[in-house]
Design a binder for this molecule. Sequence first.
Ligand code: C5P
Length: 240
Amino acid sequence: MSSNTSSPIVVAMDFDNAKACLDLASRLSPQYCRLKVGKELFTSCGPQIVETLMQKGFDIFLDLKFHDIPNTTAKAVKAAADLGVWMVNVHASGGERMMLAAREILDQSSGQKPLLIAVTVLTSMEQSDLLGVGVAYPIDNQVERLAGLAHYCGLDGIVCSAREAKQMRQQFDQNFCLVTPGIRMADSPADDQRRTLTPVQAMQEGSSYLVIGRPITGAENPAQACENIFNELVQNGFGN
Ligand code: C5P
């Protein structure tokens, strides 16, 4: 779909109310970033908040991580497309038939098609968590398996840790989007993120889009923080 910016920055709008979200949006520019609307904001404010943000010129990544039977997931993806979002995601662990159904419904629709992205293994999960849900493979193997399945099903990319981007980029060509959270500036606190990379490092590892929350949303001047990251990326040959 057509886009408002070439910036790889996607700001995570992790808020529980429209006012806080719109206050921040009014301080950001669609020239330098896109916005990610997740479960908390969407559940609190509904599709209206997505429409309002799009009216302000922002591309929206609707991060609802759909995971259901193929028919239900496909229809949810179609509803996201009808809303006009730029990117939407599903859990790859929903399986081949679910991802194919999501792909097919977008391919058959005549309207705008959002990028369809898969979540592989949540980065919050450790080996013991995988074992708890009956997966005995090492995490890396499971990520590779689900990424390969998403690629086979024609999805446009995956969400992965920036630390996994290099390995994923070796496996998939440049057209396969790698959407990576866990981004921190060299001088910003890690918060609850564990294995972080700077924006430039993440792009060098092969990321396509950088999901950045608190380093921008928590900055004294979010617009400046976002513009600084954008300029640093451009200076290093990423985005323009
Ligand atoms: O504030 P921070 O930059 O840590 O925000 C990162 C965003 O990316 C949050 O919305 C978080 O839920 C999301 N995310 C993540 N790790 C993943 C997937 C999504 O941090 N593996």
